[in-house]
Each structure stands twice: as C-alpha cells, then as structure tokens.
Design a protein around this ligand. Structure first.
Ligand SMILES: [Cu+2]
Length: 325
C-alpha cells in the first residue's frame, strides 16, 4: 500500500514536471510577461531587486524545509514500520527536541522578518522626487497627470478592433466584420488580428494608445487615486503596486534604472472591462523625455507619441530581442 502511494506520488511529480517542460516554460521577462513564465518579471528598480532577493531567499527556505520534512517522513515510514520495528518505543517527551522544534522555527521566522521589514521600510521611504505623476483610475482607462508640468496623458487600451481598423481601413473593416455579432465577432477579430499584432510588435491586451514616459535613473513619485471603483496601478518590473481608492490619494515611488518599455495592468478586479486597463511606461533618456514633455506642453500629442515610437532604445521590440540573445 505504502509503496503504491509512493509510486503514485513520484509519478505525479514527474508528470507535472514534464507538463511544465512541454508547456514551454520560460523565465519571466523584463517589463512584460512571457508565455508559460516562471518566477517574477525581471527587476528594473532597486525596490524590485530587493523583492527578487527576498522572494529567492524565502523560496530557498521553503524548499529546504520541504525537503527536510520529506526526508524525515520517508525515514520514519521505513525505519519504524511494523516489520522493522515490532516493539514500539514508549517515549512521550524529549526536552531537547521540544526546545529545538520551538526555537528553530522562531529563528527562521525572525530571519525572514528582517529582510521583509527592511524592504517594507524602503518601499515607504520616499526619496526626493524628480518627477511627480498622479495616476487616476477610471472605468476603464488611466489618466496620468504630470503635476509640475501640468500635463495629462490619457491611456486607453488598443483593442483587436483598433489594430484591424488601422490595418484595413474603416470601410473594409465594416464590410468584413459589420455583420458579425457577439462571440462570433470577438473570435473573428481575435483570430484575424494575431498577425497584425505580430507585425506591429506590440503586446496584445497590454498596448495603449498613449504611453507615458519617465527619465531613466530619476525618482518618480506616483500618487494614485480613482474616480469610481477600486483599481490598482501596477508595473511588476518596477515593484510598484498601489490601490486606487476613490476619495483617497495613496502614494508609491520607483526609480527605474534600465531604459525600456514596461507593462502592467489594473490588478484589482474592478468590473466588466478590468482586463482593458493596461499601463505602459517608457523609461527613456533624459533628452528624449525632455523632447516628449516639450511636445506635450505645446499640446502636440501626435508629435509626443511619435517621439516615443521613434525611440528605438526604449522600444519593447528591442527589449524582447535583447532577452532572446
Ligand atoms: Cu481597474
């Protein structure tokens, strides 16, 4: 019976591992998710680096404890089974052992608490800001107001319909899809837009019509609030996540150290189009940022978008390529 159980457990573990391999698992990318990813997205800020290190430390401890308990259980199962140990011991207490299994877990917990509290402290210690942005959540889009420059960027998701319309033209689009309704329409748009997304080198569900930009290595303070229900502003690679609560202003900060394109989504289930609230931040050179901001201040949004589009160094495509190499 025992052998059969052990065999089943080993088989399940092997099957899971094989499934993971076949599913094309990969380590998560920088600033964007990867298909079948394992682990956290790569860090682009000192805070996210600390989160990675805490995550790895705690995972190491978990793996060590699990392996230790597994070995202990297997040892007990074989060593003390009825056939090899017909006369069981009558021992009920062992002071040394009891002190040890109380003290050691306490020491492990304190060991986890120290880096954990240090990280929490760092997350709430705001360095002097170079840029202050107020992110306001709306059902279903984000507004980013650069407080000192008095400029607001409204970011809407780019849908399958948008990219197909841009590719085919409004008229051809209506001719092809105008008669379709409901799921049939959604599916047709999804299937037909796949090639267009690949061609545009943009991330489906994560692309927005107007990205925001921040200068590299500068401290950004982010004030977060909402106009309707609770949302959450998140960029995983920045290690920044803050609830957007109506009537309140919360704050977080980040200091991105790598030029690139960073993606996140509203991460509190907020309603029907929760999945249509992506956030896209470009971390750019100071010169690119200045030019982009100047265009926005001159109310030339088209030029501002073009400046970011033309900045190859921070484009997501360059990033995916660098990750592959
Ligand atoms: Cu939301």
């Amino acid at each position: 019976m025992l052998r059969r159980n052990l065999g089943a457990a080993a088989f399940c573990a092997c099957a899971l591992l094989a499934l993971g391999m076949a599913g094309g698992t990969a380590w998560a990318g920088l600033g964007q998710p990867t298909d079948g990813e394992l682990g956290l997205q790569l860090p682009a800020t000192p805070i996210m680096e600390s989160i990675h290190s805490l995550y790895n430390t705690v995972n190491g401890i978990i793996i060590a404890i699990t392996v230790f308990v597994l070995i202990l259980m297997l040892y007990v199962m074989f060593r003390f089974k009825e056939s090899s140990n017909p006369v069981p011991s009558r021992t009920t207490h062992n002071t040394m052992l009891e002190v040890a299994w109380t003290i050691i877990p306490i020491m492990i917990l304190v060991g986890i608490a120290v880096p954990s509290f240090r990280l929490l402290y760092d997350q709430y210690s705001f360095p002097k800001p170079d840029v202050t942005i107020k992110a306001t959540a709306n059902a279903w889009f984000w507004e980013h107001e650069y407080m000192d420059q008095k400029v607001t960027v409204t970011s809407n998701v780019v849908s399958d319909e948008d990219v197909l319309k841009a590719k085919l033209g409004e008229e051809a689009f209506n001719q092809k899809y105008g008669t379709l309704e409901g799921t049939a329409r959604t599916q047709a748009l999804y299937q037909d837009s796949a090639a267009v997304w690949a061609e545009r080198k943009e991330l489906r569900k994560l692309a927005v019509d107007a990205e925001i930009a921040v200068p590299v290595n500068k401290v950004v303070h982010l004030l977060v609030t909402s106009n309707d229900v609770i949302h959450s502003w998140t960029i995983p690679s920045f290690g920044a996540k803050m609830q957007a609560v109506p009537g309140r202003t919360a704050a977080t900060w980040f200091q991105p150290t790598k030029i690139g394109s960073y993606h996140g989504q509203c991460s509190v289930l907020c309603g029907k189009l929760h999945s249509a609230m992506p956030i896209a931040v470009r971390v750019v050179d100071q010169a690119v940022y200045d030019a982009w901001m100047a265009a926005l201040q001159a109310k030339d949004r088209k030029k501002a978008n073009e400046i970011l589009k033309a900045d190859v160094a921070s484009s997501g495509a360059a990033q995916s390529l660098a990750q592959l190499q």
